[in-house]
Design a binder for this molecule. Structure first.
Ligand SMILES: Cc1cc2nc3c(=O)[nH]c(=O)nc-3n(C[C@H](O)[C@H](O)[C@H](O)COP(=O)(O)O)c2cc1C
Length: 232
């Protein structure tokens, strides 16, 4: 079984990302490989991990993590074979919290696969370009297809009176087939890279012994014993 995390890349109060993650998890659940149980999709919320700005004295390259928050994040990232990064665009790039979470680790990312669901005024595509570059340094294979959601056409305004009210993700019909195409590419590369993960000891999926129950679509939480949450 291939384990894919849907990473909520915004930690902002009243963020829009919650409804994007919910849409991704729901739409991914309709992909044949997820329906058959061949692929497990789980939401992972950065906000659950409370990561400070990188505070490890030893560079992540050495894997000598001092802090409990780093070890918890490493164990969750290490248990997956791939990542769908859900990211807004902040000043033409990814949110600092997401870049920081990527920077915290090293080997746990290796030989894994990534896909992207972005959103923003220009559909977040510039954020994804930055993230792709960073992930190359971490030996993450990032796939061609990506979902780019427009703030104008793929979200519904919930409260016109409240400028801080998060919009509700309501993507156009073409977006789910694009997401499935992206998942197809992620599954192909995720499977192809399995021998490298095994050799490097960075395998997720069954090999990590962390498969979570029978449900093909579920949620992972960084908080010890905490309630799973995709929204927020
Ligand atoms: C600090 C900041 C910078 C932003 N910069 C951009 C930008 O460069 N391009 C863009 O399309 N939207 C930009 N936006 C708008 C966000 O894409 C939009 O607010 C989105 O809903 C943020 O996602 P979130 O609510 O999940 O955090 C910015 C928002 C913030 C908070």
């Amino acid at each position: 079984m291939l384990r894919l995390a849907v990473v909520n890349g915004s930690t902002r109060p009243r963020r829009q990302s919650g409804s994007v993650v919910e849409w991704v998890v729901g739409a991914a659940g309709r992909h044949p490989a997820v329906k058959s149980g061949e692929v497990l999709v789980e939401a992972v919320d950065l906000a659950d991990f409370g990561l400070p700005l990188l505070d490890e004295a030893v560079p992540p390259l050495f894997g000598a993590y001092e802090h409990e928050h780093t070890r918890r994040w490493a164990s969750v990232v290490g248990s997956f074979d791939g990542f769908v990064f859900v990211t807004p665009e902040y000043n033409h790039s990814v949110p600092g919290a997401l870049k920081n979470a990527v920077d915290f680790l090293f080997a746990e990312w290796h030989h894994k696969v990534a896909g992207f669901v972005s959103y923003g005024v220009h559909a977040g595509t510039r954020a994804v370009e930055h993230l792709r570059l960073a992930l190359v340094e971490l030996r993450v294979a990032n796939v061609r297809s990506q979902v780019a959601l427009s703030a104008f056409t793929d979200f519904e305004i919930v409260d016109p009176e409240d400028p801080a009210a998060p919009g509700l993700c309501a993507p156009g019909e073409h977006q789910e087939p694009t997401l499935h195409e992206m998942l197809d590419e992620m599954i192909e590369w995720g499977v192809a890279l399995q021998p490298l993960r095994t050799a490097a000891g960075t395998m997720g999926g069954d090999a990590a012994g962390t498969t979570g129950g029978d449900a093909a679509v579920s949620h992972a939480s960084g908080a010890a014993g905490g309630a799973a949450s995709a929204a927020g």
